[in-house]
Design a protein around this ligand. Structure first.
Ligand code: NAD
Length: 344
């Protein structure tokens, strides 16, 4: 059996400071006999020198294209547009199995080069539970931004920060009521934790509490965070007409889920996400209702979110090529390629 060679690539998106493998975990990989090559990357939150000290080899940004055939290329987000033919095995979030824009083109590149996508979103245990995800920090940030906005303390543009800095701004006392929907999930637990730091004990709803949805109770909270993972279409939590309900207390809404435009959307009250430059959109003037719907929340806490993600991913990476989870991941890729009509 050939030895495992992992190649941690530079991320092309300049705002992406996260990494799927942090230096301390890279050391664990090296210590267990894995060859780890780390590309230089100006924006990565951990400098390449830390990986070097951990025993990794280094390489120029983007040089994975000429990496040995057996190297497994590890990243987070999209690949650069070239090369047109992908000959390696790649581990990253491909967003290519649900007909997303660019999905077919990506699968065609793998088919052309004979490579394969091991999409981390589909790296699941035998009961279908995701093994590595960024949800907790997405929820934490979502609730934190909602709190800051509600207290008139949110400044734009948003910039990556650290948890101690964020928590310093977040601390306060129970000056409003809050609701988290999807409270038992990763994002939901993160949201509840941020509210706790902010001095607010939120109402927690999950599947049991939304089965018979009580919209008046929802609208009676000052701040709401939606963190559900919807898998089948369900009645929306809020509709346009609900926003004009007399006596609405709801003033600040953060949609961590961000399913805007999808048939699964539980908040069809807005049509586009917000972003770091303009994090807040006013949906109603009187009384005010502000929306935050940012789809890359964990990137705002790059060190913390990378560290947690890496802790979950690295034990899996040690079993790359042998573990059942990777076999499922590979099957999912083959199935998506076949369904898209792309030969692989
Ligand atoms: N905005 C971002 O930057 C960002 C980042 C990461 C994840 N997300 C999104 O956040 C969502 C949640 O992710 P997660 O990792 O926390 O998922 P998760 O599976 O850990 O948790 C989802 C929770 O939602 C609950 N839920 C599902 N349907 C519900 C309903 N109808 N009513 C009440 N609760 C319901 C589930 O029971 C579960 O507890 C996903 O859509 C994910 O794509 C967004």
């Amino acid at each position: 059996m050939t030895e495992l060679h992992l190649w941690l690539r530079h991320e092309v998106r300049t705002t992406e400071r996260r990494t799927p493998v942090v230096p301390s975990d890279a050391r664990r990989l090296v210590d267990s006999g894995v060859t780890v090559t780390v590309e230089e990357s100006p924006q990565r939150i951990f400098p390449v020198e830390e990986y070097e000290k951990a025993g990794c080899r280094t390489a120029e940004a983007g040089s994975w294209v000429s990496a040995p055939d057996d190297a497994v290329i590890v990243g987070l987000k999209e690949l650069p547009e070239e090369p047109a033919e992908l000959r390696h095995r790649h581990v990253f979030f491909g967003h290519a199995y649900k007909g997303q824009p660019g999905a077919r083109a990506l699968l065609e590149r793998f088919a052309a080069g004979g490579g394969a996508l091991y999409d981390v979103e589909y790296l699941v245990d035998d009961s279908g539970r995701r093994l590595a995800a960024f949800g907790f920090w997405a929820g934490y940030l979502g609730a934190a931004l909602a709190v800051l906005r509600h207290r008139g303390r949110l400044t734009a543009p948003l910039e990556p920060t650290t948890r101690p800095q964020l928590d310093e701004r977040l601390r306060g006392d129970g000056d409003f009521t809050a609701l988290v929907i999807g409270a038992l999930g990763r994002s939901g637990r993160g949201a509840c934790e941020a509210f706790r730091v902010a001095g607010v004990e939120p109402t927690r709803w999950d599947l049991a509490e939304t089965r018979e949805l009580d919209r008046p109770a929802l609208l009676a909270h000052d701040v709401m965070v939606n963190a559900v993972l919807a898998t089948t279409p369900i009645p929306p939590f809020l509709r346009e007409e609900d926003l004009d309900t007399p006596g609405r207390r709801l003033r600040t809404l953060c949609d961590v889920t961000c399913d805007v435009g999808s048939p699964l959307n539980v908040l069809p009250i807005y049509d586009r996400t917000t972003d770091w430059a303009d994090p807040v959109r006013r949906l109603r003037e009187e009384p005010p209702l502000d929306l935050i719907a940012i789809d890359n929340l964990p990137s705002l806490l790059p060190a913390e979110s990378s560290t947690d993600f890496s802790a979950a991913l690295v034990p899996q990476l040690m079993e790359f090529g042998t573990g059942a989870a990777w076999a499922r991941c590979r099957d999912r890729f083959e199935r998506a390629s076949a369904e898209t009509g792309v030969a692989s």
